[in-house]
Write a protein that binds this ligand. Structure first.
Ligand code: FE
Length: 224
């Protein structure tokens, strides 16, 4: 997929459906039906190998996901030299951990500080750093998030249950056709001496999008 294709307006999924008809309704949604029809057609014409499609889906469902990004964040918390590298050249620092691939070719890490909270959106569509976060959640692609994140980020954060300290600014990063952002959350207090594996358990997907914060270690212990 090219960057341009990635930014094409999405087809209008809805259509009037009040005509008389007697065919049985499928349990599949319209988008699923479209995808299946397209896959069948491309397979029949020999353009597509279904096994390859399954491999790609498995890759992003199982092997790639927020657990990758969590390891990057935990390492940045634990190793100041890695943190510096991540902030200077996120693409290279992340690639050094073998998290590479589509939608991760141009990474930028933005660190939360007591003064500034970062939040990521793609106002045009759904650009997202796949190698470190996997596939985007449905809400990330919604028109409501894409517009409100820019207009009223504090209200969006409230919807996610996040209240920032007064005086902490919010900086919203709009993904472009090329650049993908990873929020580096603040390391929670009370995690001194934690291993990177332990630290990674505090790093949620939403914390790396900026619609959440890293988990509080005490709360996590109670929940465990
Ligand atoms: Fe996009």
């Amino acid at each position: 997929m090219t960057a341009d294709a990635n930014h094409s307006p999405s087809p209008n999924a809805g259509h009037g459906h009040d005509h008389d008809h007697d065919h049985a309704h499928s349990t599949l949604g319209e988008m699923d039906l479209r995808v299946r029809a397209l896959e069948t057609l491309l397979t029949q014409k020999g353009y597509l190998d279904p096994a390859a499609v399954d491999r790609i889906i498995e890759t992003y469902e199982v092997h790639v996901g927020p657990h990758n990004g969590a390891k990057v964040v935990a390492r940045a918390w634990a190793e100041p030299a890695f943190r510096d590298w991540l902030l200077q050249d996120a693409t290279a620092a992340i690639a050094s951990m073998d998290y590479t691939g589509r939608q991760g070719e141009h990474m930028v890490a933005v660190p939360n500080t007591p003064d500034t909270h970062n939040m990521v959106v793609c106002t045009l569509c759904s650009c997202y750093p796949w190698p470190v976060l996997g596939l985007p959640p449905v809400w990330y692609k919604s028109a409501a998030y894409r517009s409100r994140a820019v207009i009223e980020p504090r209200a969006v954060l409230a919807d996610f249950g996040v209240t920032l300290p007064e005086g902490q600014n919010i900086r919203v990063w709009d993904s472009t056709a090329e650049v993908r952002y990873l929020v580096l959350p603040e390391r929670p207090a009370g995690t001194e001496g934690w291993s990177q594996e332990q630290l990674a358990t505090l790093v949620t997907r939403d914390a790396m999008i900026g619609t959440g914060l890293a988990l509080n270690p005490q709360v996590k212990e109670v929940a465990a």
